[in-house]
Design a protein around this ligand. Structure first.
Ligand SMILES: [Zn+2]
Length: 84
């Protein structure tokens, strides 16, 4: 028996979850390209947590560069996802 109370997330949910796609500027390509939004879990103290401030990534489908979304953009994407 563990002395820790854990809300252990099954290993499958460690995989990034796609939240949607959108055209946005890419810092590497220098143009507007399609990006995939992912929610990326982070390992904290042996556990993966889904909700942390840097869990939203936008990945360019052309060059695979990932950007961490913060602030208004992050709120907009997550709000759009909740609205589905
Ligand atoms: Zn790119």
């Amino acid at each position: 028996m563990s002395i820790f109370h854990t809300d252990r997330i099954p290993s499958l949910s460690r995989l990034p979850k796609e939240l949607g796609r959108e055209e946005r500027p890419c810092g590497r390509c220098g143009g507007h390209t399609e990006h995939i939004f992912y929610r990326v879990p982070k390992k904290v103290m042996l556990l993966y947590v889904k909700d942390h401030p840097e869990n939203l990534h936008a990945t360019c489908v052309v060059c695979a560069r990932s950007t961490i979304l913060t602030g208004e953009e992050r709120g907009r994407v997550l709000a759009a996802k909740r609205g589905e």
